[in-house]
Write a protein that binds this ligand. Structure first.
Ligand code: PHE
Length: 440
């Protein structure tokens, strides 16, 4: 019998904060506003929220349950629960998805580090909207600088996994994440006082149903998977460390609420500012990087605010990259039967990721392709696999056993969950996918 992981989190709050640390990151603050901006604002928001309830809850629960029941990472979990190797392709898919996400995620983290250094030097002072746009273009196309900062983020993430100091980081983020939330609240307050901010509010909250196209639905689904870190095994790891008496459903709801709050808050900051300053909401991946410095210039203590915000953003990114890299490191370590120990696995994964980073910095096409393929194809596919695995492959009693072993789950809720897992979620993923490629 394989050895199971000990519950490493002594407190329930610790686990919630760690999983929220994985979920809350650049996906909320960088990606959500730019994807929403490109896809019609309010139209996107409503579909996104529906996805969070329809996909987010069952899938976060499923990953937590797989981890909690098996006590293993995404590499060993399926084999452990199923007793054979037939679902091992899912572990490979998880590892590959984590690897490809890291390629572009570290580049965006590099942008954040670069903006932090510039904020320290007060570099945005007096730049107008056009200057801010060209400034971003100059930063992103500075290959040596971007490779350096992105690789620095890889080294930092690798160091955390190497020395297994995740818990220190979690303790730190327990203080820093609320600080980030507070900062964002202050920024939202400031932005809402700007002239013209109401147009942005309308853009973000008013739903024009004619704008809900198959592409918008596909993008919203992809963003939901990406932002909640689902469909690639990151949350399985957290499930494995979950204290036995922690309720999976309640924990999932708490993580989802936190993640969604941060995304909405980001929208509340960015869109009013976009319209007040005359930016284009469909500006693309650079959106927040051109809008944020303009906001700080309007705030009191502008230097301190921008340094603090970009610093916190880097830390939010780090808590996400840790969970991403952990999936790949555990895979290499366990797939080699421990021949490659943790440290060697960290080195191998970091080296491969650095190659991918160089490709992403050199080519915007590779960057965009990785972003799109992971969110809209690979994570939904991974989620589909996990639904099939838990919903159909494990004997019903197994799934029910997993669920009801959790105190506090009501019978009716369990029934809905299993139906969602067996029918609703897989059908919705397949339909959205077929619809977006024009088959339906
Ligand atoms: N959810 C993270 C974010 O929003 C990104 C991420 C995706 C982290 C997948 C881990 C796994 O930034």
């Amino acid at each position: 019998m394989a050895e199971h992981k000990q519950a490493a989190f002594s407190s329930k709050v610790g686990l919630i904060m760690a999983a929220a640390g994985s979920a809350v990151g650049l996906g909320n603050i960088w990606k959500f506003p730019y994807i929403a901006g490109e896809n019609g604002g309010g139209a996107f928001l409503i579909v996104y929220l529906l996805c969070v309830v329809g996909f987010g809850l069952p899938l976060v629960m499923t990953e937590f349950l797989i981890g909690k029941r098996s006590g293993r990472s995404a590499y060993g979990a399926f084999k452990e629960l199923n007793g054979n190797n037939r679902w091992q392709w899912l572990s490979w898919l998880c590892m590959l998805t984590a690897f490809l996400i890291m390629g572009f995620y570290f580049v965006v983290t590099g942008w954040c580090v670069s903006y932090l250094t510039e904020a320290l030097g007060n570099a945005f002072h007096d730049l107008d909207t056009t200057a801010l746009s060209s400034h971003f273009a100059a930063v992103a196309s500075d290959v040596p600088r971007m490779v350096l900062f992105s690789c620095l983020a890889v080294v930092l993430t690798g160091a955390v996994l190497w020395f297994e100091v995740n818990k220190g980081i979690e303790r730190l983020s327990k203080i820093l994440m609320p600080l980030l939330l507070l900062m964002m609240l202050l920024m939202a307050g400031r932005v809402l006082m700007l002239d013209g901010s109401n147009i942005g509010m309308r853009f973000f909250f008013q739903t024009d149903f004619t704008k809900i196209t198959p592409k918008v639905i596909m993008e919203a689904m992809g963003q939901c998977f990406f932002s909640l870190s689902i469909g690639m095994g990151a949350l399985i790891t957290y499930g494995a460390y979950m204290p036995k008496n922690q309720n999976v459903a309640r924990t999932s709801v708490q993580v989802i609420i936190l993640d969604t709050l941060v995304a909405i808050l980001a929208g509340l900051i960015i869109f009013p500012a976009v319209f007040a300053f005359g930016f284009d909401p469909a500006e693309g991946p650079q959106l927040v990087f051109v809008v944020l410095p303009a906001i700080f210039e309007q705030m009191s203590f502008s230097w301190l605010s921008s340094v603090l915000f970009f610093g916190l953003l880097c830390i939010a990114a780090l808590t996400s990259t840790i969970s991403l890299m952990e999936v790949a490191v555990a895979f290499v370590n366990e797939a080699s039967n421990g021949k490659l120990n943790r440290q060697k696995s960290v080195l191998i994964v970091s080296a491969c990721v650095m190659v991918l980073i160089v490709l992403c910095v050199l080519s915007g096409t590779v960057f965009d392709a990785l972003d799109e393929v992971t969110s809209c194809i690979m994570m939904p596919l991974g989620a589909l696999g996990m639904c099939m695995f838990v919903g159909w492959n494990l004997p019903k009693k197994g799934t029910k056993g997993m669920l009801y072993a959790d105190r506090g789950i009501r019978h009716w809720f369990g029934k809905i969950y299993i139906a969602a897992l067996r029918w609703v979620v897989p059908a919705a993923i397949i339909l959205i996918f077929l619809n977006s490629i024009g088959v339906l």
